[in-house]
Ligand binder design. Structure first.
Ligand code: GMT
Length: 378
């Protein structure tokens, strides 16, 4: 086996966390000399295809009047087979089980019929297990695809346990956490930026997500309303998604108007974190919470729900706040204290930054590389 590998990286191209993890991993692997071929419906948001060793292959859909829904999984499988053959791929690393792990299994079977062998690594990210994956229509397919993968990883210990508890996977699953690029996500306040969102005496709160129901963006507004009654503050809402109109409506209902800035999707989110005092993340569940990690790397403590994998990242009362369903009022009181007491804010910010340093890109990359090599040695 040569030192440099040829990897087919399959992911969703959107701003969602799984696509971001796949893209950052792919870029870092390419920097280490591996050839990384992204296969996706459109070019992933953070992918820079002018970088050496990085390639993008678009899955083109066939539309036919008979199809009410075009079968994406078949188009993806076909593209995976084509790229594997043309680029002589060693393995597929697929991110998010539905439908990528199923497509990888099909592609591997087709390639085997053509006398080619290829390995499949599936990384589970979150709702592919905790929400949509549990749907009775999908669950047997997800279980099967997990069983068929040569290796399976989950982005937190919580997600590993959830998968073992709810799916018939008969498989070892390794928990490999997500990572953050500390060169990019670091406390750096662009001069003059903060002034555009808040007055000097006001605190700045931030939420970043893809505005899906699971993110509970209406509760972000509720938390902000309670906090801002006690501490003069403003809120930046970054992102876009199906819950945006309902969230805007909630802002109107509370009469918060100009205190909340909806800024849509932003590439330079690290600059917005760096001017913020607290991130709000009241998700119903969060297998890892990549946005929380990125905020912490910029020195911003996170007030999050005590759910999913968030307690693996956030230590309550030290580098952030974890809020249970029954503990909302207490959580708000702690947030008010943190925001209005400068030494507490400084201590939380320092601890958040220190905690984020455990999630170094280079170390996580070593773990994935070791996994790839282990698969190919067998
Ligand atoms: O599972 C999802 O909801 C999709 C996925 C995404 O693409 O946004 O998010 C998950 O994967 C991220 C990256 O590993 C994690 O940081 C998020 O916590 C996780 N989202 C949920 O569990 C809701």
């Amino acid at each position: 086996m040569s030192d440099s590998l040829r990897i087919g990286m399959v992911c969703y191209p959107t701003f969602g966390g799984s696509g971001v993890v796949a893209t950052e991993l792919g870029k870092a692997l390419a920097d280490r000399g591996h050839s990384v071929h992204f296969i996706s419906s459109t070019q992933p948001a953070r992918l820079d295809v002018f970088r050496e060793n990085l390639f993008f292959h678009e899955v083109s859909m066939v539309h036919y009047p008979l199809f009410e829904h075009s079968p994406y999984v078949l188009a993806l499988t076909g593209k995976m087979v084509e790229v594997a053959r043309e680029q002589d791929l060693d393995l597929f690393h697929v991110h998010y089980a539905i439908p990528h792990a199923t497509a990888a299994h099909l592609a591997r079977e087709i390639l085997a019929g053509q006398g080619r062998s290829i390995k499949v690594l599936t990384t589970l990210h979150g709702t592919d297990i905790t929400l949509v994956g549990k749907d009775a229509n999908y669950a047997p397919v997800v279980s099967f695809a997990i069983q068929q993968s040569d290796a399976v990883t989950a982005v937190s210990e919580f997600l590993r346990q959830e998968t073992l508890a709810h799916f018939d996977c008969r498989k070892e699953i390794e928990a490999i956490p997500n990572f953050v690029d500390h060169k990019r996500f670091r406390p750096y306040a662009r001069p003059g930026l903060r002034k555009r969102f808040a007055a000097e005496e006001e605190k700045l709160l931030i939420h970043v997500s893809n505005f899906r129901k699971v993110k509970r963006t209406d509760r972000v507004v509720d938390w902000f309303q309670l906090i801002s009654k006690e501490v003069p503050s403003r809120l930046i809402m970054v992102g876009d998604g199906p819950e945006l109109p309902r969230t805007e409506q909630r802002v109107k209902e509370w009469g918060l108007g100009s205190a909340v800035h909806f800024v849509g999707r932003q590439d330079m989110v690290e600059e917005l974190y760096s001017i913020s005092n607290l991130m709000l993340l009241p998700s119903e569940t969060e297998s890892f919470g990549l946005a929380a990690l990125e905020a912490m790397a910029c020195g911003v403590p996170v007030m999050a729900s005590d759910a999913g994998g968030l307690p693996e990242l956030i230590e309550h009362g030290s580098n952030g706040l974890l809020v249970s369903e029954e503990g909302q009022a207490e959580g708000i009181a702690r947030a008010v204290h943190l925001l209005s007491h400068a030494p507490t804010a400084a201590a939380f910010s320092k601890a958040a930054l220190a905690a984020s340093e455990k999630y170094q890109l280079s170390e996580i990359l070593n773990r994935y590389q070791a996994l790839y090599r282990g698969l190919l040695d067998n």
